[in-house]
Structure formats: structure tokens, C-alpha cells
Write a protein that binds this ligand. Sequence first.
Ligand SMILES: C[S@@+](CC[C@H](N)C(=O)[O-])C[C@H]1O[C@@H](n2cnc3c(N)ncnc32)[C@H](O)[C@@H]1O
Length: 257
Amino acid sequence: MPPSLQKSIENFLPTAHAAEPSHVIQGRNVMAGYSRISALQVNAITSFIANDPLYIECKALMQERQLLTESRLINLFLILKYGLKNLEGNIIEFGSYRGGSAIFLAAAVRALGLSTTIYALDTFEGIPSSDPTLDFHDTRDFEHVSFQELLEYKEKWGLTNLVFVKGRFEETALPLLEQTQKIILAHIDCDLYESTKYAIDVTLPYLHPKGGYLVFDDALQSTCLGALQAVEEMVQQHQLRAEQSFPHLVYRYPKIG
Ligand SMILES: C[S@@+](CC[C@H](N)C(=O)[O-])C[C@H]1O[C@@H](n2cnc3c(N)ncnc32)[C@H](O)[C@@H]1O
């Protein structure tokens, strides 16, 4: 790739996110979405970010817990770095398992100097039972996790901006959302129809009024059609348009313009 093209995409990222919230229309800022997808689809930029010492440091903290693909990690990093500039508040994650994505988010937020707390919600003892006509998972999936080990790991690395919240979302999310600051990003990775639908419904009223991010990890996975159905229902009900379709499904809410 010519260096001039690489340079123009690097410049495109901050400028595409700069005009917010006025450019968030029907649940998306088209230019912000284009800028992140372009960055991810151009190898030179992907490796430019993958070699960024900040990014490497955050990824290293996840160690062997990592479930997310490189493109999804980079996309989260780009949203945190460029997309949260005009937003103040906290991040909520629905589905944390062994903490991989939550640790990455907390490390990246800290490295980028944002004063944001990450709330990471999970049973931390396996996925709840679900409707087999919609969902693929078995209740033994994701049961191999030690909550105590997670707490110790977070302590060891001084991730004071990360809070693990143990229990079913249906019991933990609402009391938390009622007492925290506005949510600037919800990372939704819980694989099931009912869980994803609940995560969406409970979070929407608490998203930042300038257009908080809804980032769906699993809705594009072959084994998570139930999660995709919950997203489709949200789109129909609220008439939202996607800001990104690769590598995550990303929406903004409220839809502003
Ligand atoms: C794919 S894993 C999350 C992976 C994690 N984001 C990562 O990247 O390492 C999905 C998780 O969602 C959790 N989950 C699904 N529905 C839930 C619910 N209703 N309440 C609490 N946890 C739930 C499961 O326990 C499981 O650990």
C-alpha cells in the first residue's frame, strides 16, 4: 500500500469520529464506521495497530484467556481510542467468561487515559439453560472458570477500573445501571437469544445521550443465531441502522438525528 494511502486512513480515523454527536443519524455515524472498517481491511493499517506498543501491552494482559479474533480486538481498541473522545461514562460487558475481553478493555481504557470503569457481568460458572430451538449451547459450556482466580489476577495487575459482577444478568444488571454513570459502550457477548435480548432492553435507557455504542460480538458467529435474532428485533423495534457490520455489529443509541 502506498504510504500516502496509509497516512490518509490514519488521518481519517480521528476526523471521522470528530463531528459527534451531530453525525449520529438513525443509530450510526456512517463515516466513523467506514473509517474503522477501512482501517481493518487494509493490512498495513492492521499491522500498524497490531504493532502499537499500547495495543501489544493490553493484549499481553489477556494471556491465554483470549477468545476474540485479532480484528475484533483491534476494532474495540479503535472504538475506545477514537470513538469515546466526546463521551464520558462507563462500560458494561454482558458475557465475560474467563475475563479475556474485559481485561483487554480495562487495560486499553487505562492505557488511553480514560476515566471509565468496566463492569463485567457473568455467572462465572457456566452459561444458563436456553431454548434449543434458538440456541446452540449446553449448560456445561463456559463453566471452567475460577472467580477467585479472576479477582486475584485483576488485583495483581492493578486493574482498579475493572469490576467483575457475578450472577445472572437478570439479577445484577438493573441495580448496577441504576446507580452508575451513563453507559458509553456495551460489549454484548453472551451467545443466547434471551440473554442478548435482556442485555439490550436493560441497557438502552442508560446509554449516553450523545449516542452510546452497542457492540455485538457474537451475533455474527455461526453458533449464535439466537443472539442475531435479538439484534434483528432491536433493529426492527427502534429503527436503527448499523454503524459497522464487520468485524462486530455496532449500533449507536439513542439514534439522535
Ligand atoms: C462467549 S462467552 C464470553 C466471552 C468473553 N467475552 C471473552 O471474550 O472472553 C459467553 C458468556 O456469557 C455468559 N452468559 C450468558 N447468558 C448469561 C446470563 N443470562 N447471565 C450471566 N451470564 C450469562 C456465559 O456464562 C458465558 O461465560
